[in-house]
Structures are given as C-alpha cells and as structure tokens.
Design a binder for this molecule. Structure first.
Ligand SMILES: Nc1ncnc2c1ncn2[C@@H]1O[C@H](COP(=O)(O)OP(=O)(O)OP(=O)(O)O)[C@@H](O)[C@H]1O
Ligand SMILES: [Mg+2]
Length: 224
C-alpha cells in the first residue's frame, strides 16, 4: 500500500543553523503519529517540510506519492499551525466564515456557490459540536472551541491527512479530553491519517498506545 508520507534522508536548516539531519519517516494510511521533542528541537520544521512550506536542502519527501503537491491535491492535507493566524486578524471572523473560507482556500471563489459553502460549513460545525457558535466571532471562543473551529476549517475539505501542531496550547483540561475524543472519532469514522505534534502527553494517556511515537532529537526522528 502506498505511504501517505515518505521522507528519505532529508536535511534542512537555516543559514549557519542546521535543524534537521538524516530525517527518515514513513507513514502508512490510517496511522496515528505522535511527534514530541524539546522546545526548538525542530518539530514544527518537520511539519513544514511535510506540508511543502519548506524545501529540503537534501533528500526527498513524498506526500501521497508526489514530490510537490499542487492545486486540488493541497486540500488532501488539513493543517492547523502552531500559532494560528486568526488570533492576529484585524477583523474577527465568525466560525461560519472561517470554515467556509477553508473551502475557498483551495478552490477559489468562482467554483463554489457561497450558499453551498455555507451549508457545508454548517454541517461540519455541527459534526464538531459547534452548532451553537456558528455566528460567533472566533475571538469570543475559548481556546478549546477555537481549536475545534480550526479543525472544522480543515475537515470541510475532507482531508486524508490531518496535521495538528501543538493543538493543546491555551486549552483547558476538559477541552483537552474533548480533543482526544474528537481525534479518536475522526480516526474511526473518517479513517483519517493523523500527525499530532505535542509536548503534552498527559491528555493523550488513554489513547497513547494507538499512536506511533517519535521524538525529534539532534535533528532526526527517533522512534520511542
Ligand atoms: N525562520 C527561522 N529562521 C531561523 N531559524 C529558525 C526559524 N524558524 C525556526 N528556527 C530555528 O529552528 C529550530 C527548530 O525550530 P522549530 O520551530 O521547528 O522547533 P519546535 O520543536 O517546533 O519548537 P517549539 O517546541 O517551540 O514549537 C529552532 O532552533 C529555531 O530557533
Ligand atoms: Mg513548534
């Protein structure tokens, strides 16, 4: 079976600052992957190499069997970055706007009727238990609900691979448990492949045995 992600001997760094060396990773479809590591060890860098935001200096990376993802292939990855840009937005968007924008991000404004996008966004928000917050500005949501809305924004594109970088930052204990349950549901109902970057393992305790675990250490991914 084709791997969702295949990284072979990748090197990456900033000028005078090597970050990643000898990076190897293979993720089969449906796997739950956990990436841990100390502050500044290179976790987010590994993610940005996978999403194509960074280009390796050496080695090769294939996602869905392709070296570069373009056009509609991009929507096959759902990515919630570590610091989400919506926290810094000048104009607050509502959950509905945020999630429908997820569709436009890949298809452009021409191809999808706003009515269709809204209906789809409403459906995904309801699936994630956000039906009472459809018209609520994102800035008024708690950390946990905001994170859920960000995940909904990804799910509207029905991604095959979902990547969450530190999704528990600024999230209370109860919402962390909700997040764990949501991830397990996405796995069983959507058969999604998941890469979760976190230095917090406590909230995952009940599901930890279902994850394939790696630690970023001295620029490489080490199984643990
Ligand atoms: N744009 C950049 N230019 C130069 N160095 C950078 C840049 N972005 C990150 N780095 C450096 O690369 C290294 C890895 O950063 P990265 O953000 O991948 O770590 P991380 O494991 O995700 O850290 P954290 O736990 O804080 O999220 C760090 O030493 C960081 O200082
Ligand atoms: Mg990081």
């Amino acid at each position: 079976m084709q791997s969702i992600v295949k990284i072979n001997d990748v090197r990456f760094g900033y000028p005078n600052h090597p970050v990643i060396e000898n990076l190897h990773l293979e993720i089969p479809r449906g796997e739950l992957v956990l990436i841990t590591g100390g502050n500044g060890s290179g976790k987010s860098t590994v993610i940005k190499l996978i999403t194509g935001e960074f280009t390796p200096l050496a080695g090769d990376i294939k996602v869905f069997g392709k070296e570069t993802l373009k056009g509609s292939d991009l929507q096959r990855i759902g990515y919630v970055p570590q610091l989400n840009v919506f926290d810094r937005m000048a104009f607050p968007v509502t959950c509905l706007e945020l999630v429908s924008q997820g569709l436009y991000a890949h298809f452009g404004f021409i191809k999808i009727a706003p009515k269709t996008a809204k209906a789809k966004a409403q459906e995904v928000l309801t699936e994630l238990g956000l039906e009472d917050y459809i018209h609520t500005p994102l800035t008024e949501l708690s950390g946990g609900l905001k994170q859920r809305a960000m995940i909904a924004r990804c799910l509207i594109n029905e991604p095959e691979l979902l990547i969450l970088d530190e999704p528990t930052a600024g999230v209370d204990v109860e919402s962390k448990e909700d997040l764990r349950q949501l991830l397990m549901t996405l796995r069983s109902e959507r058969k999604i492949t998941l890469i979760l970057v976190t230095h917090e393992l406590d909230f995952l305790q009940d599901s930890l045995d279902q994850f394939v675990k790696y630690e970023v250490k001295e620029g490489a991914l080490v199984s643990c």
